[in-house]
Design a protein around this ligand. Structure first.
Ligand SMILES: *Cc1c(COP(=O)(O)O)cnc(C)c1O
Length: 364
């Protein structure tokens, strides 16, 4: 397919790159960014790579007032042979389009978005860090730019891709986190926007997160918005339980964000001959299985941490220490396998990795 030309304007003042050892999460940004403009009736246009810089918007832009904005999150990894790898980027652009549709925003052409990203990565190649555990975080997002104080979909939008070199999520391999089950606030309800990666979901989650942090918990576990009974997800991760040998994750129901890591774990486990049960699971069931000594492992899944084992769950003051507060064997095995596939250390049995040094026609 023919892709419209992407113009590239290079910066004349490259930034000093931070040392890989000092990288945090989402604090430094690279030298360039990708932008495309949308005008209703004309479509997406003016695809360009320009120096990274603050942007100028009308104070009445719809994004500031009514939250018409969606985003994505993925990573580029540098393998030992210096090649740069992406993990299932097509899935991210598919999900971007599902989020855009939910917010009445114009969809992007998935192939064109991917080639924009690949062009940007070519320009920013040196920004992909090398230290074990580090990566280049990729943040595509779309905002409504029309200046109009009316509650209606905007007529103009901008699509951006920015890049941020990030440090290892865990300093020394994976380690278990403490989670507070949230009983008062809810993240999303069926029919709402929980299934879309849109700003409002995260703004409304801050209050519960703040309270949990003050109590020494790293994340909150969200329950369903109607009965406060069924497990939904954790912070910005999907959640899995291993109970008496069965691996269970809440079924996608319209309010849970459908993670690409979640999907990959389900597919990997199926490939190993261990099916995952996708169904409703209540906190009562989790607590009963814990009391019966059958709660073997709990772990979260997401791009940032890949696998995050849960060492403690606090539900209304009932403390459940999972697997003695230690990382379980399944969590460990999944983490090792997925990160090794991403880094090209082991074979990629399900064809998930896009290698940027491969001939372009093979990409995608
Ligand atoms: C992004 C996100 C996830 C995880 O999605 P991945 O594609 O695996 O990174 C899970 N829950 C929420 C709320 C998220 O925003």
């Amino acid at each position: 397919m023919t892709t419209p030309e992407i113009t590239v304007t290079r910066t004349d003042s490259r930034k000093v790159k931070p040392l890989d050892e000092t990288l945090l999460f989402g604090r430094t940004f690279t030298d360039h960014m990708f932008i495309a403009d949308y005008v209703k009736g004309e479509g997406w246009q003016n695809h360009r790579i320009v120096p990274y810089a603050p942007i100028s918007l009308d104070p009445a832009a719809i994004v500031f007032h009514y939250g018409q904005t969606v985003f994505e999150g993925m990573k580029a990894y540098r393998a030992e042979d210096e090649s740069i790898r992406l993990f299932r980027p097509q899935e991210n652009f598919k999900r971007l389009n599902r989020s855009l549709d939910r917010l009445c925003m114009p969809e992007v052409n998935e192939e064109r978005a991917l080639s924009g990203l690949l062009e940007l990565l070519k320009v920013e190649e040196e920004w992909v860090p090398r230290l074990k555990g580090t990566s280049l975080y990729i943040r595509p997002f779309v905002i409504a730019t029309e200046a109009f104080l009316g509650v209606a979909p905007a007529a103009t939008y901008q699509f951006y891709i920015i890049l941020s070199p990030v440090g290892s999520y865990y300093e020394e391999g994976i380690h278990p986190v403490k989670i507070l089950v949230e009983n008062e606030f809810v993240r999303a309800v069926k029919g709402g926007t929980g299934g879309a990666k849109t700003a409002g979901n995260y703004a409304s989650a801050l209050k519960a997160q703040e309270t949990a942090s003050a109590k020494g918990y790293s994340q909150v576990m969200w329950l369903d918005g109607v009965e406060h009974k069924y497990v939904e997800e954790v912070g910005s991760m999907n959640i899995f339980f291993k109970i008496d040998g069965e691996i269970i994750t809440p079924a996608i129901n319209g309010s849970i964000l459908e993670g690409i890591t979640r999907k990959s774990i389900i597919e990997l486990l199926a490939h190993w001959g261990t099916p995952v049960t996708e169904r409703q699971i209540s906190m009562e069931e989790v607590a009963e299985s814990f009391a019966a000594g059958k709660l073997e492992e709990v772990f979260g899944t997401g791009t940032a941490a890949v696998i995050s084992p849960v060492g403690e769950l606090n539900w209304n003051g009932t403390i459940m220490e999972v697997n003695g507060g230690k990382t379980g064997p399944l969590s460990e095995k999944l983490y090792d396998t997925l990160t090794r596939i991403q880094m090209g250390v082991v074979e990629d049995p399900l064809g998930w990795v896009t290698n940027l040094s491969a001939p372009l026609e093979k990409i995608g």
